[in-house]
Design a binder for this molecule. Structure first.
Ligand SMILES: [Zn+2]
Length: 270
């Protein structure tokens, strides 16, 4: 049996959480990550299935029955993940139509998965329906995107267009744009369902006055998606109060999309 702390998925998760903290996106216990694991890979590192305990999830997700996730713990700080992964992270397997989660490893102090577990699991269902290779859902509080939800209107087309205009790469990285949820109470099944609905058409979902959700095929891709949107928001906030002399035109954005072979969200360019 290989040491699970040396598993590539574990190393990547620890590095990513550490890096997100370093970016200032996950103050205190802010933020959470879930990553779908390959059962064969888990079996190389764990006696399977050695169930430590079972936790009710409070929702149904039959699409995820039997699926295994590496997920951050509730109340845990991203800054501490690297020092004690077994306490701050856990591996769970969803069973009984997703109504229960079997802890296979981690949450060693008796803890449990993030309070945003419903939003994560429902988002996995939504993204897997669009892209069977989706594995990661990531939530954090990037400063500039968050700030932008106070001063920019929350219309998704308008919000997306502003971000696209802030840097040439944006339309290449997120041609599907960003969807936006108006403020809702977090930690509930309701915000989970609303987020998942938004995830059907974009891999980035802003939670107004709170933060962002991103989804992708691996941790690097998902991190990079949020990183790029956050950079665009930073540029926007630097120039929002200044007179603009020029911007990226729709024609320029179309040229970029054509050159890089991406399809911008339907109806978002004139
Ligand atoms: Zn949050």
């Amino acid at each position: 049996m290989k040491n699970i702390l040396n598993a590539p998925f574990m190393a990547e998760m620890i590095r990513t959480a550490t890096n997100m903290y370093a970016h200032g996106w996950d103050e205190r216990n802010g933020g959470n990550i879930s990553m779908l694991l390959d059962e064969a890979e888990v079996r190389e590192h764990l006696t399977f299935p050695a169930i430590v305990r079972t936790i009710p999830t409070g929702f149904e997700a039959p699409e995820l029955d039997g699926k295994i996730f590496l997920v951050t713990g509730t109340g845990k700080y991203f800054k501490n993940v690297q020092y004690d992964p077994a306490k701050n992270l856990g591996i769970v397997r969803l069973v009984n139509s997703g109504t229960e989660a079997e802890v296979l490893w981690g949450f060693s102090d008796g803890g449990k998965f993030t309070s945003e577990f419903p939003a994560h699991m429902m988002s996995h269902v939504a993204r897997l329906a669009v892209d069977p290779q989706n594995r990661v859902v990531m939530h954090c509080h990037p400063t500039n995107l968050l700030a932008m939800t106070y001063v920019h209107d929350l219309d998704e087309r308008s919000f997306t267009r502003t971000l696209w205009q802030m840097c040439t790469e944006c339309i290449v990285v997120f041609p599907d744009g960003v969807n936006v949820l108006p403020w809702m109470l977090c930690g509930t099944n309701e915000i989970g369902e609303a987020t998942a609905k938004k995830m059907a058409t974009a891999r980035l979902v802003i939670w107004a006055q709170h933060g962002i959700y991103g989804a992708g095929r691996d941790l690097d891709e998902t991190f990079g998606l949020i990183e790029t949107a956050e950079k665009a928001a930073e540029v926007y906030l630097m120039i929002a109060h200044l007179p603009w002399k020029q911007t990226l035109t729709d024609d320029a954005l179309k040229q970029i999309a054509a050159r890089y072979g991406v399809t911008p969200r339907e109806g978002y360019l004139e």
